[in-house]
Design a protein around this ligand. Structure first.
Ligand code: NDP
Ligand code: AKG
Length: 422
């Protein structure tokens, strides 16, 4: 009888691979194979026309061994429990890779936020926090933005939480507007972390000189990575979003693309201007580029299209963009993959800085945020590269080995009778 594997089953393949390269107690693996708790609720909100509408919502606290759980909230029509738990699993390993004092969590609402008015979106965001107020908390579980959520939504959520607990509680959520205790540098942090990695490890990656880049997804992560890499003289040859893609071998006009997105148009709407040619979203994966940056959703590079990839390096700004089957194909082709739990960890790292600033009641300067982020990205990136060399494994396996060693040490240090070790 065939058994369809869940996204979490596929993600756990990475844990098994890492465990083969480390001496870890079987109890550690058993603990990390399952989420600690996942709560599912149905949110009911009043629509502008007076009707009521309900939406499924989740919050998963996957593992809190290393600290309060941390991870974004996604608003997407295809969100589901398996995806939330998998994203929370990845957060657990990502926070350990970066040595942040956090476990992993994630949340989602099954909704297309583009179908809601601003007032409906605010009611939905506040109802999420009303439903999960006993689960989140500044020392328990700290949400942040993810796909189709942003600083405005985080601001509403932080406000709602503060009203519920009866005191200002900015450290409960990160990625807030600066006016409500957000950190400078959080907005572009996911892309900037990946940019530092590629720039400062260019020699190890064989990416010196002018690099041709294709970016899949043109939201927070995609827009900032395109702008940062272009500002260094690299050429962005292709970008896509949920409605299409454009290509130009001489380099796309980034300002034109940013303007289109600011006007809620697709990147494809720029075709015919500044030498932009329309291509299919699927063709983006196969364009002639040195660096491919998936910055959209999971499993976009799979068994069916991995063979078409021409880039020699993939920077995974998205979570889980490459399936394990595609990983094997790309390894055979000699493609280097900078794995999500390292490549996109700039976002949660600056979220951590925001949380620290909120607890200190003191705001850092932008240069300090950038320098601290760069230091951590390069330190952990180099450590992973060394593990990869030493054990002759991929960057991904090395990143999981690096994280698993830290998780195992924390699980063991709690002691066998601890709630955290149970
Ligand atoms: N924001 C953050 O801090 C972090 C985000 N990430 C990850 O990065 C990825 C992107 O997140 P983020 O940039 O924040 O999200 P956004 O909501 O800002 O942007 C998502 C982008 O993906 C595009 N998209 C959606 N479906 C497709 C598709 N089928 N093909 C091509 N593009 C598509 C969207 O298109 P359209 O514009 O048409 O809607 C949009 O441009 C996610 O995997 C997320 O988990 C990881 C770490 C931190
Ligand atoms: O900023 C954060 O806390 C989490 C961001 C996130 O959800 C992610 O890294 O996938």
């Amino acid at each position: 009888m065939s058994h369809r594997q869940s996204l979490l089953d596929l993600a756990l393949v990475r844990l098994d691979e890492a465990a083969q390269h480390l001496q870890v107690d079987a109890d550690v693996i058993e603990k990390l194979k399952y989420p600690r708790e996942t709560t599912k609720v149905r949110l009911m909100i009043r629509m502008d026309d007076g009707s009521r509408k309900s939406f499924l919502a989740w919050r998963c606290r996957y593992d809190d061994t290393r600290g309060p759980t941390k991870g974004g909230i996604r608003f997407h029509p295809d969100s589901n429990e398996d995806e939330v738990e998998t994203l929370a699993f990845w957060m657990t390993f990502k926070c350990a890779v970066m040595n942040l004092p956090y476990g992993g969590g994630k949340g989602a609402v099954s909704v297309d936020p583009r179908s809601l008015s601003k007032a409906e979106l605010e009611r939905l965001s506040r109802s999420y926090i009303q439903a999960f107020a006993r689960i989140v908390g500044p020392d328990r579980d700290i949400p942040a933005p993810d796909v189709y959520t942003n600083s405005m939504i985080m601001g509403w959520m932080a406000d709602e939480y503060s009203q519920i607990v009866g005191e200002a509680s900015p450290a409960v959520i990160t990625g807030k507007p600066i006016a409500l205790g957000g950190s400078v540098g959080r907005q572009d942090a996911t892309a900037r972390g990946g940019y530092y990695l590629v720039r400062d490890l260019a020699t190890e990656l064989g990416l010196e000189g002018r690099t041709r880049v294709a970016v899949q997804g043109f939201g927070n992560a995609g827009q900032y990575i395109a702008s940062l890499l272009a500002s260094d003289g690299n050429v962005i040859v292709a970008v896509s979003d949920s409605s299409g893609a454009v290509y130009s071998p001489d380099g796309l006009d980034i300002d034109l693309l940013l303007q289109a997105k600011a006007e809620n148009k697709s990147v494809a709407s720029t075709a015919g201007k500044s030498g932009h040619q329309a291509i299919s979203a699927e063709d983006l994966i196969a364009v002639d580029a040195d660096l491919l940056v998936p910055a959209a959703l999971e499993s976009m590079i799979h068994e069916g299209n991995a063979e078409n990839v021409k880039a020699k390096v993939i920077l995974e700004l998205a979570n889980g963009p490459v399936t394990p089957e595609a990983d094997a194909i790309l390894a055979r082709k000699g493609v280097t993959i900078l794995p999500d739990i390292l490549a996109n960890a700039g976002g949660v790292t600056v979220s951590y800085f925001e949380w620290v600033q909120n607890k200190q009641g003191y705001a850092w300067a932008l240069e300090e945020v950038h320098e601290r982020l760069r230091t951590i990205m390069v330190r952990e990136g180099r450590a992973i590269w060394e593990i990869a060399q030493d054990k002759n494994v991929s960057w991904r396996t090395a990143a999981y080995v690096h994280a698993l060693a830290r998780l195992a040490a924390a699980i063991e240090a709690h002691g066998t009778q601890s709630f955290f070790a149970s």
